[in-house]
Design a protein around this ligand. Structure first.
Ligand code: SF4
Length: 326
C-alpha cells in the first residue's frame, strides 16, 4: 500500500477543510481500503469522518434524515426504519455480512465502486480504472455485468442493495462542498458511464455527503427480492425493490427499483405507469417486464439476466399484490 497521512475530522467543517487541501474522505473503509491495498486508489491524504458528527438518525418533519456515518447495521436496526421504511431495512440486511454492516456507512455505501473483476485486476484493460485502456469485460467474463445503461466504455453494475431501496423510496442525498449545500435526488446521483466511465456519481471535487433524507412513509407493502448465487454474502444478480399499494383490487400506486441490472440503480417510471390502475395478473406483470427490458442488451455471459429480471419482477409483484389484498 502506498504511504498516506490520516487526519480525523471533528466536524463537517473540518472535514470540508481537509477535502479542500486534497484529502480524500474515508468512512467505514470497507471498499476504499481494499482499493488502496490493490493500488487502484492511491490517495496521499485521508480524512476520517467517523467523528464528524454525521452519525445520527433524526425524524425530520414528515421524513427521516440518516447521517452519512450511520452504519448499515444501525440503520437497519432503527425502529423507525423497521416500522415505516421496512424496504430499506430489508435491502440492507440482504447485503454483505454482519461484520461489514457494522462498519459500512450510509454515505460510503452510495459511493462504493463496482465489483467488476477486471476493475480490481490491474493487469487488465479497464476504462473505469484507466480511462482509454478499453473494457476487458465486454468480451470477457461478464456474468455479473449490466444489461441496461451500458456503453462502449463500461458495462459494470453498481453493486449495492441499500441504494436500490432508497431509489424506490425517493430518497434525496444531502451534500456540502465548495458550492455550498446541495440536495441531489438519488435518481440522478449515480452516473451511467457514457463516454466517461471514471466517475460513478455526480459528486464534485471537495463535496461530501452529509445525510440522506427519506420522504414521508407511504404505508404500502414493501419488499426487497435479491436473486444471487448463494443465500448470503453475495452480490445480487438481479434485485427488485418494491413499494406498492392496492385499492379495490387494483394497483393504486407502485414504486419499483432494480439492482445489478443496470450500470446504476435502475428505476423506470414507464414500468410503474403500466402497472398503476390495473388489476394484477401474470399478463400485466409480463407487460411490465417487457417495458423494463425493451432496451436490455446482454454481452454473452450475462444474457440470462434478462429473463431472470422478468421472473424476479413477476414474483415480487405477485407476492406484494397478494399480501396487499390479504
Ligand atoms: Fe472496467 Fe467497466 Fe469494463 Fe469492468 S465493465 S472492465 S469496470 S470498464
Amino acid at each position: 500500500m502506498k504511504t498516506f497521512t490520516l487526519d480525523h475530522a471533528t466536524s463537517t467543517k473540518s472535514a470540508l477543510d481537509a477535502l479542500e487541501t486534497g484529502a480524500r474522505p474515508i468512512a467505514g473503509g470497507t471498499n476504499l481500503v481494499d482499493l488502496m491495498k490493490l493500488q487502484i486508489a492511491t490517495p496521499d491524504k485521508l480524512v476520517s469522518i467517523r467523528r464528524a458528527g454525521l452519525d445520527r438518525i433524526a425524524a425530520d418533519g414528515t421524513g427521516l434524515s440518516i447521517g452519512a456515518m450511520v452504519t448499515n447495521a444501525d440503520c437497519a436496526a432503527d425502529e423507525r426504519v423497521r416500522q415505516k421504511w421496512p424496504l430499506l431495512a430489508k435491502a440492507i440486511l440482504a447485503g454483505a455480512s454482519p461484520q461489514l454492516r457494522n462498519r459500512a456507512t450510509t454515505g460510503g455505501n452510495l459511493c462504493q465502486r463496482t465489483r467488476c473483476g477486471y476493475f480490481y485486476d490491474t493487469t487488465q484493460d479497464c476504462n473505469k480504472r484507466d480511462p482509454g485502456s478499453g473494457c476487458a469485460a465486454r468480451k470477457g467474463f461478464n456474468r455479473i455485468h449490466a444489461v441496461l445503461g451500458t456503453s462502449d466504455a463500461c458495462i459494470a453494475t453498481y453493486p449495492g442493495d441499500m441504494a436500490v431501496a432508497l431509489l424506490a423510496l425517493d430518497a434525496v442525498v444531502l451534500t456540502q462542498g465548495p458550492l455550498g449545500l446541495r440536495q441531489i435526488p438519488l435518481c440522478v446521483f449515480h452516473r451511467m458511464p457514457g463516454d466517461d466511465a471514471l466517475r460513478d456519481n455526480v459528486l464534485g471535487p471537495g463535496e461530501l455527503i452529509t445525510s440522506v433524507r427519506l420522504p414521508a412513509p407511504t404505508g404500502g407493502v414493501q419488499l426487497y427480492r435479491k436473486v444471487r448465487d448463494r443465500a448470503s454474502y453475495a452480490f445480487a444478480l438481479v434485485s427488485v425493490a418494491l413499494d406498492l399499494a392496492m385499492e379495490q383490487g387494483r394497483i393504486a400506486r407502485c414504486a419499483l427499483a432494480f439492482g445489478s441490472l443496470g450500470t446504476v440503480p435502475w428505476r423506470d417510471r414507464a414500468v410503474e405507469e403500466v402497472l398503476t390502475g390495473e388489476k394484477p395478473s401474470p399478463q400485466l406483470f409480463a407487460k411490465a417486464a417487457e417495458v423494463l427490458l425493451k432496451d436490455a442488451r446482454g454481452f454473452g455471459g450475462n444474457d440470462f439476466k434478462i429473463p431472470l429480471a422478468a421472473r424476479a419482477l413477476a414474483a415480487t409483484l405477485g407476492e406484494a399484490t397478494h399480501s396487499a389484498k390479504a
